[in-house]
Design a protein around this ligand. Structure first.
Ligand code: HPA
Length: 260
């Protein structure tokens, strides 16, 4: 089953017909994770939707329980995740309003519970492959290429311009970066910067869930334009760009086939 993880600006999918709200208890938090399960117009299979920041968009990036969220999706039978992330643009192609399907990740987050392979919790994840106590997943290519291809084919079908590459730099937040930090990200090879891409992508890989991200640039990263970055400015770009993201996700869901 396909799932969407919505970020800032994507708390709902238009046309999504919620059939039930699944409440999943996980070993990683007391509260159940609530996932909307339902149908999308012109999409054969069921899909589900998880707003990463909670239903009322109240959980900041560094407080999101990424392990609980991804574990809940796996419990539901999710095999593929399309995640939406708002980012600041670093590469000159990544100005506000641009959509990208990144290829690589650089992780600058810290202090987040970032793995299921944490020694004592290992037997909680009881699938056969989780038998070794020390496990190093392959993360050479952090995003699923079939899902990236699906997104890019969907964009082509819609004639929607999408930047088909890029390195996502994941920062801790919730504050935005300094000029020096953005310069460092740039020197490291990051093309965009966001706060929610990690550890989500790595946890998906640990659970063998295919994962790809659609990034919407909502501002130039700090110091790359003369404008002060404001929440109002970010909201304005989000309001403009989300329509295209919706179309892209709907088209991708229609083309999605279980291949794994
Ligand atoms: N930096 C980090 N995260 C972000 C930004 C940014 O400039 N814009 C949206 N999310």
């Amino acid at each position: 089953m396909l799932a969407f993880i919505g970020g800032t600006g994507l708390n709902q999918l238009p046309g999504f017909d919620t059939e039930r709200i699944a409440e999943l208890h996980t070993p990683y938090q007391d509260a159940a994770v609530r996932v909307a399960c339902g149908r999308l117009p012109d999409v054969a299979g069921p899909v589900c939707f998880l707003p990463r920041h909670g239903e009322g968009h109240t959980v900041p990036p560094h407080r999101i329980n990424y392990r609980a969220n991804m574990f809940a999706l796996r419990e539901l039978g999710v095999t593929a995740v399309l995640a939406v992330n708002a980012v600041g643009g670093i590469h000159r192609q990544m100005g506000p309003g641009v959509i990208a399907v990144p290829e690589q990740i650089m992780d600058y987050t810290h202090g987040r519970a970032h793995t299921y392979f944490d020694g004592d919790t290992i037997d909680i994840v009881s699938a056969d492959r989780f038998t070794a106590s020390v496990t190093h997943i392959d993360f050479t290519h952090p995003y699923s290429q079939p899902l990236r291809d699906l997104l890019l084919a969907s964009a082509a079908q819609l004639q929607l311009p999408v930047w088909p590459q890029g390195v996502y730099g994941a920062t801790q937040g919730p504050r935005l970066e300094t000029v020096a930090e953005v310069r460092r990200l740039q020197q490291d090879g990051c093309d965009m910067v966001g706060m929610t891409g990690m550890p989500e992508a790595a946890l998906a890989r640990e659970l063998d869930i295919a994962y790809a991200s659609v990034c919407l640039s909502v501002n130039w990263a700090a110091g790359l334009s003369d404008e002060v970055i404001t929440m109002d400015g970010i909201r304005a770009v989000l309001a403009q760009g989300m329509g295209q993201i919706h179309q892209l996700l709907l088209t991708a869901a229609g083309r999605f086939r279980e291949t794994r």
